[in-house]
Design a protein around this ligand. Structure first.
Ligand code: RRO
Length: 308
């Protein structure tokens, strides 16, 4: 079964990879991803300066998903730029994820990390967890301004990691922005921002930052992720490749993302909960599902979802 895929002209040996943030902050974690079955090494979203992130506890897993308010803990772009040659030596694509604490940070980081030649760059417009900083992806004008600035300095394929949208008007508005900014791929979706998980026994929130509010991931967000993959697949009629992220915990979940139009899938919560061997399980499960359905590979079933 052919589980390889191609995004913006870059070949991935497997369609499964980590979502930025999941086990990809430190050098050791990134090297472990390099050695694993993951189809790419996706680096944690980076800021100008290294950051410790928000106070702990800042991640909580529960049966149906997770909530996090990590607050962009990362080594800073200079450390990741220096690591990229070592990561590329594993022979699979390296995706750098650019974030920032203000608009001007993005082009600064994008230019420097682009010079280190990752295979692709993802621009994160959707971190929900910096106290006092709204998600850029919910502001179409700020998103367009920022994407036009980073596009000028990025020479490798450039993608955008978007927050979930919940109304077709918002899909259309962001679709129009994406169409004007030279975006090569989309990553849909980031966590569902500012959820609240309650522990009824302790009568408390479960994470410390922001009074317990945080980004939701895992099974509970799958229908939201699938809807966003499908909506943008339709808007661009399949012309902009999509990485589907959100709610993939087994091979059938991945199959659903592919049917909706994803070319690859990323995993966050299940990677954190199960560890790096999860890639092997997911490959086996997706191969079985594709085989059962008579598909020859990932490319074959992309976008094939039927409407009633
Ligand atoms: O670090 C985080 O708190 C974080 C980021 Br940058 C993001 O994009 N998505 C998320 O769920 N957490």
């Amino acid at each position: 079964m052919d589980l390889s895929t191609t995004i913006a002209g870059i070949r991935f040996p497997s369609c499964f990879m980590n979502a930025s943030g999941a086990l990809c902050v430190t050098r050791d974690e990134l090297l472990a991803l390099g050695r694993s079955r993951a189809g790419a090494v996706v680096i944690k979203s980076m800021t100008v300066a290294p950051r410790d992130g928000n106070p702990t506890p800042r991640y909580y897993g529960f049966p149906a998903g997770s909530i996090n308010s990590m607050g962009l803990p990362n080594l800073g772009y200079k450390a990741y730029a220096a690591l990229i040659p070592e990561l590329k030596a594993f022979g699979k694509p390296v995706i750098a994820s650019v974030a920032g604490l203000c608009e001007d940070d993005f082009p600064t980081i994008a230019a420097a990390i682009n010079a280190a030649k990752p295979d692709l760059i993802e621009v994160n417009l959707s971190c929900p967890n910096i106290p006092g900083k709204p998600q850029i992806g919910y502001d179409t004008e700020a998103s367009e301004r920022l994407l036009k600035r980073v596009r000028k300095v990025i020479t490798v394929p450039m993608g955008v990691k978007l927050p979930p949208y919940f109304d077709p008007a918002h899909h259309a508005a962001m679709g129009a922005v994406i169409g004007r900014c030279g975006v090569d791929f989309l990553n849909l979706i980031n966590s569902v921002g500012n959820g609240l998980v309650v522990d009824p026994d302790r009568e408390t929130v479960v994470i410390k930052p922001k009074g317990g509010f945080g980004g939701l991931g895992g099974s509970i967000i799958k229908p939201v992720a699938l809807a966003n993959v499908r909506a943008f697949w339709k808007i661009f009629e399949g012309r902009i490749p999509i990485i589907g992220t959100g709610g993939v915990v087994n091979g059938v979940d991945a199959f659903e993302h592919l049917l909706c139009g994803a070319s690859a899938v990323q995993i966050g919560t299940v990677l954190v909960e199960e560890g790096i061997d999860v890639f092997c399980r997911l490959e086996t499960e997706l191969a079985a599902q594709l085989n059962k359905k008579g598909y020859t590979g990932v490319a074959d079933c992309r976008g094939k979802l039927r409407e009633l």
